[in-house]
Design a protein around this ligand. Structure first.
Ligand code: ZN
Length: 301
């Protein structure tokens, strides 16, 4: 099975507050063991975490080996104060503070730096993000400092401009990448960055009752077109489900992501009318492309 390139061991796929509350009085190892066993049972032996601010990921790192899992973690994500990111990490105001957080990742044994460059999809307002993105110069500096310190950079980033800014600054992986336009997709494809679209965070919302299904179906369609266009342009695309996010269970989430990407690239390929060019891969080509992108993530992170 492929590896899971984007998970959050702290979350449970149901309710963020409830998931965090489990660890309110210290890390509950049994909870992490259940999640790790879920990966192992499905033959998933590589998991890259997206971080948390409760030390959960750090403890998971200590346990993962017992399950035959290579586990890579930034420990926590880093965000500019006032922007999205408190849910998975710590804020900074000054570059000195940012450098201190990067230093803390090193001191505590983190493998890479995870930065937050934008908000998330606003599922109640079609086509909108929850907030304006981080400024281009700030994105550049965050990536630059992390690289100077010898770390690869995983960026949570949505929106055409912020993705373009992150890619042009040499980011190593683009997480989510919703609302990319053709320019951003082309820049991504021409770069060395790997794109982890976490498509299932959208597709699995259908039928949840939390949002309007027609609005979600629109997002599924649009992001699907972008993913297909990404493959067509030669972008490196890897499987990551954002496991732990709402309706994305650990282990099963990756299988969902693989199924959705396959559906997109094999079954629907060339049949549906798409605004982007018609394109599809054979099964072998698709698996090969996914494996290659995952290999790059394993190498760099
Ligand atoms: Zn995430």
């Amino acid at each position: 099975m492929f590896g899971e390139c984007h998970a959050h061991l702290i979350m449970d796929g149901e309710n963020y507050r409830k998931a965090v509350a489990v660890h309110a009085n210290g890390v509950q190892e049994e909870d992490l063991r259940t999640k790790l066993a879920g990966y192992a049972a499905r033959g998933i032996c590589f998991v890259r975490d997206g971080g948390d601010s409760h030390g959960i990921s750090a403890r998971a790192l200590q346990l993962a080996g017992e399950y035959g899992i290579t586990y890579r973690t930034p420990l926590f994500a880093i965000h500019k104060r006032g922007h999205y990111g408190g849910i998975v990490g710590f804020p900074f105001d000054t570059w000195k503070e940012y450098e201190q957080l990067v230093g803390r990742v090193r001191a505590e044994g983190g493998h890479f730096i995870k930065i937050m460059c934008s908000g998330i999809l606003d599922f109640r307002r079609r086509g909108a993000l929850t907030e304006p993105p981080v400024e281009r110069e700030d994105i550049r500096e965050m990536i630059h400092i992390a690289h100077e310190e010898g770390f690869s950079v995983m960026a949570h980033v949505n929106g055409a401009k912020a993705v373009l800014d992150a890619v042009e600054a040499g980011v190593d992986s683009v997480e989510h990448g919703n609302f990319m336009d053709e320019d951003a997709l082309q820049a991504l494809a021409e770069s060395d960055a790997v794109w982890v679209p976490t498509y299932v965070t959208i597709t699995n919302l259908i039928g949840s009752g939390r949002f309007e299904d027609t609005a979600i179906a629109g997002l599924v369609q649009e992001q699907g077109e972008r993913i297909r266009r990404g493959f067509e342009l030669g972008a490196r695309i890897a499987l990551g489900s954002d496991a732990g996010a709402f309706r994305v269970p650990h282990g099963e989430g990756l299988l969902d992501e693989y199924r959705e990407i396959r559906r997109l690239m094999l079954e629907a390929g060339g049949k549906e009318k798409e605004s982007f060019a018609q394109f599809h891969l054979t099964e072998e080509e698709l698996d090969g492309r996914l494996a290659e992108a995952e290999e790059q993530i394993r190498r760099k992170f």
